[in-house]
Design a protein around this ligand. Structure first.
Ligand SMILES: C[S@@+](CC[C@H](N)C(=O)[O-])C[C@H]1O[C@@H](n2cnc3c(N)ncnc32)[C@H](O)[C@@H]1O
Length: 213
């Protein structure tokens, strides 16, 4: 069994701590965490993208891609997927899956480091969660969206409520920066224990970004 855990990751204080922790966790993350907890969150995000995109050609940014579990589910759709993450170890694990066009190491808190690429879809799973990225980064990340980009952003329910993600979405909506906003609630794990805990549920936040006002 691994010495790393989701609960410990929730307590990490800053970007350097995230980088170092995930660098060490990368080799065992898929087996011990994803398989061990029956982590169904990536599938849920990808299924929404598949249904809502109406088979359009997409270039997709995977925000906090980790070991590439989203990439695996989106593969074979002839979509181009780039993964973004702060941890070289996680990106190395993702590269072994051979499903990403490009893997970009950066701190998502530093928008000046973002590439000047505009994506037609942006997805994220497990990265807007306790002790990780907040609504400030959600707003920064919109810099990667092309006009009308389809976004499917998973936010842990407890984190969503504690950090006030709803007010950020309300603000973006009132500024006409997003449209077609919708939330679908989904379980993160396919297991019975703790099924009512807000830590084990996610708000899948779906919207289109409006670049040209
Ligand atoms: C819980 S993992 C989720 C990974 C993957 N999306 C999944 O669902 O398995 C969170 C990821 O966010 C990344 N991360 C944390 N803080 C970050 C930051 N400031 N910039 C970029 N990536 C970050 C971590 O390295 C880690 O890979």
């Amino acid at each position: 069994m691994t010495e790393y855990s989701r609960d410990e990751a929730y307590t990490l204080a800053n970007s350097a701590a995230h980088r170092d922790y995930y660098d060490k966790w990368a080799k065992t993350y898929d087996q011990d965490f994803a398989e061990g907890t029956k982590y169904i969150y990536p599938q849920a995000i990808c299924e929404i993208l598949r249904v809502r995109s109406a088979a359009r050609d997409l270039t997709i940014a995977d925000i906090g891609c980790g070991t590439g579990l989203i990439g695996v589910h989106l593969h074979n759709r002839k979509w181009l997927i780039d993964g973004f993450d702060i941890s070289a170890g996680m990106l190395e694990a993702a590269s072994k899956k051979r499903v990403y066009r490009d893997l970009i190491r950066l701190d998502l808190k530093n928008e000046k480091d973002y590439p000047s690429i505009l994506y037609s879809a942006v997805v994220s799973c497990g990265t807007f969660t306790l002790g990780h990225l907040g609504p400030d980064v959600l707003k920064k990340m919109l810099a990667l969206c092309a006009d009308k980009a389809l976004c499917v952003i998973g936010v842990n329910l407890e984190h969503f409520e504690t950090l006030g993600f709803q007010s950020t979405f309300n603000e973006l909506h009132s500024q006409n920066k997003i449209e077609n906003f919708e939330i679908i609630s989904a379980p993160i794990y396919d297991k019975i224990e703790n099924e009512n805990s807000k830590k084990t549920l996610a708000n899948l936040c779906i919207f289109n970004y409006c670049r040209i006002l």
